[in-house]
Design a protein around this ligand. Structure first.
Ligand code: SAH
Length: 463
């Protein structure tokens, strides 16, 4: 971090602005939003500054800057076009340990002014440490358009209830739960609709009704194949809301970066043939945690309902009357194929697509090989790295051409995304001779040929 972000209280505190032109005027207006007591020193002032002085919003001193002007100030802004003067103001302020900002001269600043999204009392400050102010402004524009204006009102309403809520719940987690429910439910909706009075009544009712022993909830969330940009909005929201996250090896580090900082993380493993926590244990853990009133996120790679045992996990929840939600994710077949430039279907090459488990059990796969070894179809094998030789032999034995194109997608959509292409006959040699790391997906079909033309994703360039 080049600059440490803080918010400073300058309400009715003396702040100095050196300079009285248009730029100074803009800075004065910003400081006025925080109710600062502003003195503007400049031999000449623009109309805007003159008007503010006339309305008694600021004090203007019509003369050049003097050394003693820095005395007793809590914040100084120098907005003149005189480089020597700007340096002098900066030096004096720094010597007196007063935060100073010199417009457009980062070297002379001890603080910088961020781009601001103002939903007071919610204020979002964005800084690029002076390196890309235009980008910071673009980010600001995005936030401006996605954060409803009424968030400020919602925050004010919450402020009125803060002490009551604190008195009711002495546990910080219970307090957070109460607020999250309020901010994502009917109370927030009413504030957004301009019905602040009704929202206040509802919030009071919720506060009076809630008890400490509420049952929690489980979110079964698909975390996608790796790239965090492939998460759904809902997945992201619930990941950031959960108190406990149960995750396994398939959830990428980049996705794990997005969980709430203070959430409890429980690793439940699931390496091939080495389940850190057996499936029954995971199912029961979800029930137990929810019964403690916690919001539990079971975060899984890809989609929870595609080779993810998601069904088994929520069956146990349903039997125990634990509320749950399931959030779909981008499954590996979809993520890996698109990031490899391999369309799973194509009018010329493939009219259907099958997702198949290639998990070896007792050295073989119990699959309908006759149905798989057909033309104009794409087969996507999950969990098939160990079984690559077997599936190659079986498909060829059941009539598939040995020259059928095959792609192995290793760690698809992550910064380590790697694609190996080969043919069905050559597949076992490739797997035997190359170091291929799990998770890997195997795609079999004519569509693999299209990669030559359609490949667009270069993991090295992206990372
Ligand atoms: N529920 C998951 C699949 C779990 S089975 C989903 O919908 O994607 C685990 C298998 O998924 C792995 O053995 C591998 O074949 C595949 N897989 C998952 N993520 C992958 C990735 N990022 N790259 C390649 N294969 C992946």
């Amino acid at each position: 971090m080049d600059y440490f972000p803080i918010f400073i209280d300058i309400v009715q505190r003396p702040c100095l602005v050196v300079g009285g032109g248009d730029i100074a005027y803009r800075k004065i207006n910003l400081l006025l939003k925080a109710d600062a007591q502003i003195t503007c020193i400049s031999p000449e002032i623009c109309d805007g500054v003159a008007l503010l002085a006339k309305d008694n919003k600021i004090t203007v001193v019509n003369r050049g800057f003097e050394i003693s002007d820095v005395n007793a100030q809590v914040l100084i802004v120098s907005a003149t076009d005189d480089a020597v003067l700007n340096t002098q103001v900066s030096d004096l302020a720094k010597a007196a340990n007063i935060p100073v900002n010199v417009v457009d001269s980062p070297d002379l600043c001890s603080f910088i002014m961020p781009s601001i999204v103002d939903r007071s009392p919610i204020v979002i400050a964005i800084s690029s440490a002076g390196k890309a102010p235009v980008l910071a402004r673009l980010i600001r524009a995005k936030l401006e358009s996605t954060i409803p204006n009424a968030y400020g009102k919602l925050a004010s309403l919450a402020g009125n209830f803060r002490d009551q809520v604190k008195a009711k719940f002495n546990n910080i987690e219970d307090r957070r739960y109460f607020w999250e429910k309020a901010f994502s439910g009917i109370v927030a909706e009413k504030v957004f609709a301009g019905k602040t009075d009704e929202a206040q009544v509802d919030l009071q009712a919720q506060l009076d009704a809630s008890t400490d022993s509420e049952i929690g909830e489980v979110y079964l969330v698909g975390g996608g194949p790796g790239d965090p940009d492939l998460l759904t909005f809902k997945a992201l929201r619930l990941i950031q809301q959960a108190d406990v996250i149960l995750h396994d090896r398939l959830v990428s580090d980049e996705v794990m970066e997005l969980v709430r900082r203070d959430a409890e993380l429980i690793y439940v493993g699931k390496e091939r043939d080495n389940h850190s926590v057996p499936q029954d244990g995971i199912n029961q853990l979800l029930v137990d945690l929810a019964k403690q009133g916690r919001r539990v996120c079971r975060l899984k790679g890809g989609d929870p309902f595609i080779f993810g045992r998601g069904g088994e996990e929520i069956e146990t929840l349903a039997e125990n009357n634990i509320p749950f939600q399931v959030v779909p994710g981008i499954t590996a077949a979809s993520g890996c194929s698109t990031y490899s430039g391999i369309p799973l279907t194509h009018r010329d090459y493939s009219q259907s697509c099958r997702f198949v488990t290639g998990h070896l059990k007792d050295g073989s796969m119990n699959l309908p090989w006759n149905e798989l070894a057909v033309e104009q179809q794409t087969i996507v094998f999950y969990m098939a790295l160990k079984g690559a030789q077997h599936l190659s032999e079986q498909l060829i034995a059941h009539g598939m051409r040995s020259a059928m194109p095959v792609a192995l997608v290793e760690k698809g959509t992550t910064p380590d995304h790697k694609v190996h292409t080969t043919t069905l006959a050559e597949l076992p040699h490739l797997v035997a001779n190359e170091t291929i790391r799990a998770p890997t997906l195997i795609i079999v079909g004519e569509v693999v040929k299209l990669r030559k033309k359609l490949n667009w994703f270069d993991a090295e360039k992206q990372s």
